[in-house]
Design a protein around this ligand. Structure first.
Ligand code: ASP
Ligand code: MG
Length: 411
């Protein structure tokens, strides 16, 4: 039997009515001849509520008990979805993570998937079950306890199941109808993309397009899982939504396919460090050990043997970065005058696999920002992305101007 994975996010299972609507979609695919693995999130708002209970109870909570509490949201929706399908005469059974068993690492609250054995579920399909409803976001650790995969983790559960069961496709039902050229709240000219390459989606996902958990896209790329993002609120045809697929499946691509904005960046400058071999290692080694996710890096011009080193990191890691650097300074392994943090910046990026073969993208981006009188503070590039840091107050203006300049409203 061909097999499909269908994942329903929190808003798509927010109440029993919505669950019924989602179940009808599943029933249709069963009628089309598929065996279906349904992955469900908790009802929307539920996980936040559960996290709140934990934090109210214990400030430095035991992550094993956090997992015991927050994994319960998905248990509820999995059971309700299976019941709803049974009411529609579709043979269905629910599975919690440990029952599959979805094996993970011991990293409670941020576990990684290690293995998904397929035998148990396949045996049930063999006995006539048509739909396996699996609780997303959760698994079982080597210590025998329940784990969770980090917020948004049901996306990753879905892709991992699609890979393990070699599903024909993995459909992610959510409250948006696809992936857009940019955030539609910033410009009404944002256009839904028909197809996005895995690499592009990774850049867009990590840059703040919050449609999919980044890890799920990495996984889809590694195992070449065809991912489709679509809305569970609209009646739609089979070509609806956005297909996230391998580059080879995209015939021709414009140089730029999307503009992303992240307001959660900070710019850090370490002022006056010695310009000598090993200085970058002395700075970025300790930052990485402290778990700071450094993104852009610029070493400034040096004068009299001293230089400034600038980097960007998530705004909520500024204190951690400062502490790490001050610690190395105290140990005598690094000397600098001061650290200056600019937390009033945004990262604006243009993304597109077409950049690999088309030139002039950077020049056009810089000229566009110049025309709007927006000063660029830091620049970083990769093969398929150009990012700049600008003052945060220019976020909307920069996105709108770049969206126009690269004519993203046109297919
Ligand atoms: N319910 C979990 C969360 O909100 C997992 C998910 O929905 O993907 O983070
Ligand atoms: Mg989500």
């Amino acid at each position: 039997m061909p097999l499909l994975v269908m994942k329903f996010g929190g808003t798509s299972v927010a109440n029993t009515d919505r669950i019924r609507r989602a179940a009808k979609r599943v029933g249709r695919e069963v009628a089309n001849g598929y065996d279906v693995i349904v992955i469900v999130s908790a009802m929307s708002g539920e996980t936040n509520k559960l996290v709140g209970y934990v934090e109210e109870t214990s400030q430095l909570y035991d992550a094993r008990e956090y997992d015991a509490v927050v994994s319960s949201g998905e248990q509820v929706t999995a059971g309700l979805m299976a019941l709803t399908l049974q009411e529609m005469d579709v043979p269905a059974r629910s599975w919690q993570g440990w029952q599959v068993p979805l094996k993970t690492t011991n990293a409670h609250a941020a576990a990684r998937i290690v293995e998904i054995p397929t035998e148990n579920i396949m045996a049930k399909f063999g006995e006539g079950m048509k739909v396996a409803v699996v609780a997303g976001f959760q698994g079982i650790a080597p210590d025998g306890r329940v784990t969770t995969l980090g917020r948004g983790g049901s996306d990753t559960t879905a892709v991992a199941f699609a890979a393990a069961f070699e599903a024909e496709r993995c459909d992610i039902y959510t409250d948006v109808d696809g992936v857009y050229t940019t955030d539609p709240r910033i410009t009404s000219k944002a256009r839904k993309l028909e197809k996005v390459a895995f690499e592009e989606m990774l850049e867009l996902a990590s840059l703040g397009a919050k449609v999919l958990q980044t890890r799920s896209v990495e996984l889809a790329m590694r195992y070449n899982v065809r991912l489709r993002v679509l809305s569970s609120f609209e009646e739609q045809s089979d070509e609806a939504g956005t297909l996230i697929c391998a580059e080879e499946d995209i015939v021709e691509s414009k140089a730029v396919n999307g503009v992303a904005a992240s307001r959660e960046e900070a710019k850090m400058t370490v002022i006056s460090v010695a310009d000598r071999p090993g200085i970058a290692a002395a700075i970025f080694g300790p930052l990485s050990e402290a778990g700071v996710n450094v993104d852009m890096i610029v070493q400034n011009i040096s004068e009299e043997g001293r230089t400034d080193m600038t980097f960007s990191c998530p705004i909520n890691q500024v204190a951690r970065a400062e502490k790490a650097l001050n610690d190395v300074k105290e140990k005598g392994d690094l000397n600098f005058r001061e650290i200056v943090a600019d937390t009033d910046v945004a990262k604006i990026s243009v993304v597109g696999i077409g950049m690999r073969s088309q030139s002039g993208v950077a020049a056009k981006m810089f000229q566009t920002l110049r025309d709007e009188n927006i000063n660029i503070k830091v620049i970083a590039t990769s093969e398929i992305k150009i990012s700049v840091l600008v003052d945060r107050k220019y976020t909307e203006l920069a996105v709108q101007a770049l969206h126009d300049a690269f004519e993203l409203e046109k297919a």
